[in-house]
Write a protein that binds this ligand. Structure first.
Ligand SMILES: [Cu+2]
Length: 435
């Protein structure tokens, strides 16, 4: 569970060296989408992004024949995430809650997309797919922006409450209304945590209507508002440089995934103690409310900035030893394991999403991050600031060892229409070893 205190795991961490600098090889990926941190977008670009998200909220859904509950294109993704969280099971018959028809929360989480090696590959793929839909169907012409949590911590001169992400004009709006004593605003997971708990009161999503959830509920008639419940200490602790550095020091994929996902945080007498790792879960807990729901956190559009930030950490980690890590999938997962994308896109083997610029031509991803791991090491960024458009440390590898295999698609209950992958709008030209 997201904010459940879990014991610390990380012990000694190896010292890192910065990314290798082997010469570039030609890359099949042509139009690279450049993903920028939210505050590196101009205010106009931020507003345009929000408009694209709102466009998805007004567009007809594509999965309605299968999920009568979905009311718009955005909710296709909510249904996808909720069902994928249950291991690709069909939640239409779920009786609600986290157990119900799922056979238990723990079981579903372990066969789904959280608490398992599939966590990073699945979320990498869904962010790509969402970015593609924003571009192809809703006029967005840049890469999917990400959230660098560190920039909102006091150590970086930032502040959670002053984060440009929560700006009511050019961001996603702020906290949920503070609940009165005894009032239960959030009907789903995470009630009782944080400083809000009620409906978001400002910004572009304050009137957003949710229809899926809370939890594993895919039934009609549960319309509710978008809630948030800021837990600033959790958010700032999760976003600290040390937490990300701990994760980046992981010796292998399995360790990285645990460092990202396991909330190594304890709450002692109302105070939070960090034990390393866990910025995925505590990031969800920092925003709180709907973001704290493991099935339907994706109802909050901030989800995608958060998960793009997580994907960036995986990428930074891969970059430290690219040749090796581009094929490291840990135990219980192979490069051939299919990633289920429901009705939204074809299933793909894990090997297809290991390389974000698809050097071997067998995958499909084509993007990069504007900034890399320089922020997390004692090497001054080119701009002299922790944020901003500095030179990426994205490194080249001469040959990818990724093997890609065509796999039999695992279907839920219906056939998917074939779906073209998104095109590279907002592209920045051919991939080079250094940008
Ligand atoms: Cu998720």
């Amino acid at each position: 569970m997201y904010l459940q205190p879990i014991l610390t795991v990380l012990a000694t961490l190896p010292v890192l060296s910065l990314a290798n600098t082997s010469p570039a090889s030609p890359v099949p990926c042509k139009e690279i989408r450049l993903r920028k941190e939210w505050r590196s977008l101009t205010v106009d670009q931020r507003k345009k992004y929000i408009k694209s998200v709102q466009c998805m909220l007004t567009k007809a859904p594509k999965s309605k024949a299968h999920f009568p509950i979905v009311t718009n294109r955005y909710e296709d993704f909510v249904a996808l995430h909720a069902n994928a969280s249950a291991g690709g099971r069909d939640l239409r018959q779920s009786t609600g809650g986290f157990a119900g028809a799922l056979g238990g929360f723990g079981g579903s989480m372990n066969t789904g997309i959280h608490g398992t090696g599939t966590f990073l590959p699945w979320h990498r793929y869904v962010v790509w797919q969402y970015e593609s839909v924003l571009q192809d169907e809703c006029g967005w012409d840049m890469g999917q922006p990400y959230w660098d949590w560190y920039l909102d911590t006091p150590a970086a001169g930032g502040s959670w409450l002053k984060s440009p992400l929560f700006d009511p004009e050019s961001g996603f709006g702020g906290n949920g209304a503070k609940l009165k004593a005894g009032e239960s605003g959030l009907k789903g997971f995470g009630a009782g945590f944080g400083t809000g708990g009620g409906c978001v009161v400002d910004g572009p999503f304050k009137d957003m209507k949710l229809h899926i959830g809370p939890g594993a509920v895919m039934k009609m008639g549960s319309e509710r508002c978008l809630t948030r419940s800021f837990n600033i200490e959790a958010g700032e602790a999760a976003g600290s440089k040390e937490v990300v550095k701990d994760a980046l020091a992981s010796k292998d994929f399995q360790t990285l995934r645990m460092a990202v996902e396991m909330p190594n945080i304890t709450f002692t007498g109302g105070k939070i103690e960090r034990h390393g790792g866990g910025f995925h879960n505590v990031g969800h807990g920092g925003v709180g409310g709907e973001m704290g729901d493991p099935f339907t956190s994706i109802n909050d559009p901030i989800f995608f900035l958060h998960h793009t930030g997580i994907d960036r950490v995986w990428q930074m980690w891969q970059d430290q030893d690219l040749q090796k890590r581009i094929s490291d999938t840990g135990t219980g997962l192979t490069l051939k394991t299919p990633i289920w994308m429901g009705l939204e896109a074809p299933d793909r083997p894990v090997g297809d999403v290991m390389d974000i610029i698809n050097r071997d031509g067998k995958g499909f991803l084509c993007y990069k991050y504007e900034t890399g791991s320089e922020e997390y090491f004692d090497k001054p960024a080119a701009s002299g600031k922790p944020a901003g458009p500095v030179t990426s440390t994205t490194s080249a590898m001469s040959t990818s060892s990724t093997t890609s295999t065509t796999i039999q698609a695992k279907s839920m209950t219906t056939a998917r229409p074939p779906k073209a992958m998104g095109k590279g709008k907002g592209a920045v030209g051919p991939a080079t070893s250094r940008n």
